[in-house]
Design a protein around this ligand. Structure first.
Ligand SMILES: Cc1cc2nc3c(=O)[nH]c(=O)nc-3n(C[C@H](O)[C@H](O)[C@H](O)COP(=O)(O)OP(=O)(O)OC[C@H]3O[C@@H](n4cnc5c(N)ncnc54)[C@H](O)[C@@H]3O)c2cc1C
Length: 411
């Protein structure tokens, strides 16, 4: 029976079977028996990244609960849990995470594996919160890697290439409230002139735009204190969706009302459709210091992108030391594109976009759609050679490799 498609319907998995082991022993046996397999999370990446010529493994049947170690300020979390369910459990116990992505529907292991991020000048990606990773590697062996271990920075954003992750330890902090405000009226002149001021306007800032015209679009502020209003902007008079015509009920509460962190940091509500649904997404990380330059460069080609573009989002991410992270080695900014689900029209636009952004040092988001192959991608990661060595040690028979890893990493 077909394994089905990605969440967006953008790829039909070619794997022959989906297996859901219910114990670590069963998982280890499966890994030892199958010449080709990969982990599948909640299917929110857009390509054949998670696919396998053999078997896909769903880890949601493995035993395990969320366990908080208050003295170490970490939570041990089953890998297949969705952030929305994890966040509710943590909040009820008085704890919080520093960051969440735009949607709570994604699995923890799948999000971490691709370097998924939210926004904030001082806020790291979701992977930056990982304190330890537990996995069954390509040899069928249980391995735990923790911060401080020499291989650890290569084992967090690992694209499913080292093993099937069974649990993660995440940094937690006491629970906190967030107020969300949407600002309107920001002009392109002001954004390009005062880029740093805009991204620093709140704990987490997302700028939504369609690139054309004098007005930028919406600026979503998520603030742990009192939100500020940027000069030349005004708070929106009602609840907003960033995509024209989509239901505002799908978005988390705005209008400045305080509420728990997990009900404000994501843009979309659990139990409701995030984003548009039938879509493609692309995203490129650039060094934070080159954000204004990148914005101006994309704006130059904005009219060409517009027919296929639903919306773009600009965010910032604090730098980290995770070898395959988009923010490896320094603070980053991410330029995101939500496209119509029309690959024939979108792929040439990606070629155009990459011609503009790659010279600025851009790294593509692993979970989204991009055109660059290993020859262009791998030199952008100074520790890529170490990652390839690590994958060779953890998966010597190449059970966890697929067409995507060959094309993108040369693995
Ligand atoms: C509507 C929407 C909004 C999004 N918003 C954001 C956003 O705000 N920020 C952002 O950065 N990204 C965003 N993304 C992208 C998304 O976060 C990533 O694609 C992420 O990888 C999805 O997690 P998943 O569990 O669905 O992973 P999948 O797509 O199922 O798998 C992705 C990768 O993770 C690996 N993997 C999954 N589980 C395991 C495991 N147990 N062990 C080892 N490897 C594993 C897979 O093998 C694969 O390589 C969004 C996507 C959608 C559809």
């Amino acid at each position: 029976m077909s394994v089905g498609t990605t969440w967006a319907g953008s790829h039909t998995y070619a794997a022959r079977e989906l297996r859901r082991p219910t114990s670590l022993a069963e998982l280890a046996e499966l890994v030892a028996a199958e010449p080709h397999l990969r982990a599948l999370g909640s299917r929110h990446s857009f390509t054949d990244l998670a696919d396998s010529p053999g078997v896909l493994v769903d880890v949601t049947g493995l035993p395990g609960e969320v366990e908080v170690d208050a003295s170490r300020r970490v939570a041990r979390v089953p890998a297949g849990l969705r952030y929305g369910d994890l966040a509710t459990t943590l909040h009820q116990a008085g704890w919080a995470l520093a960051a969440l992505a735009s949607l709570p529907h994604i699995s923890v292991a799948g999000a971490v594996a691709t370097g998924t991020h939210g926004s904030g000048d001082a806020v790291g990606s979701l992977a930056a919160a990982v304190a330890a990773v537990e996995l069954v590697d390509g040899r069928g062996e249980h391995v735990r890697l923790a911060r401080g271990d020499s291989d650890f920075p290569g084992a967090v954003v690992a694209l499913g290439a080292l093993g099937i992750v069974t649990a993660l330890e995440l940094d937690v902090e006491p629970t906190y409230d967030v107020r969300q405000v949407v600002l309107e009226g920001l002009t392109w002149d002001a954004l390009l002139d005062r880029t740093d001021e805009v991204t620093a306007a709140a704990y987490s800032v997302s700028v939504f735009t369609r690139w054309t015209g004098e007005q930028v679009g919406q600026v979503w502020l998520k603030e742990r204190g009192e939100p500020r209003v940027l000069d030349g902007t005004r708070p929106a008079a009602g609840q907003r969706h960033m995509i024209a015509g989509m239901a505002v009920e799908n978005t988390t509460p705005q209008l400045g009302a305080p509420g728990p962190w997990h009900e404000r940091l994501p843009h979309f509500r659990m139990g409701f459709t995030p984003s548009a649904g039938e879509e493609l997404q692309s995203e490129f990380f650039v060094p934070r210091a080159r954000l204004a330059e990148a914005l101006a460069a994309v704006r130059e080609i904005g009219a060409e992108l517009e027919p296929e573009l639903l919306v773009s989002e600009v965010r910032t991410i604090a730098g980290d030391d995770l070898w395959l992270s988009g923010a490896y080695g320094g603070d980053a900014a991410a330029l995101h594109f939500t496209w119509e689900r029309r690959p024939l029209q979108v792929l040439p636009l990606l070629d155009r976009l990459e011609r503009v952004l790659l010279p600025l040092g851009a790294r593509p988001h692993w979970g989204k759609v991009f055109r660059a192959h290993a020859d262009v991608v791998t030199p952008r990661y100074p520790r890529m050679g170490d990652f390839i060595d690590l994958a060779g040690r953890f998966d010597p028979d190449g059970r966890l490799r697929n067409e995507w890893t060959a094309q993108t990493l040369g693995l």
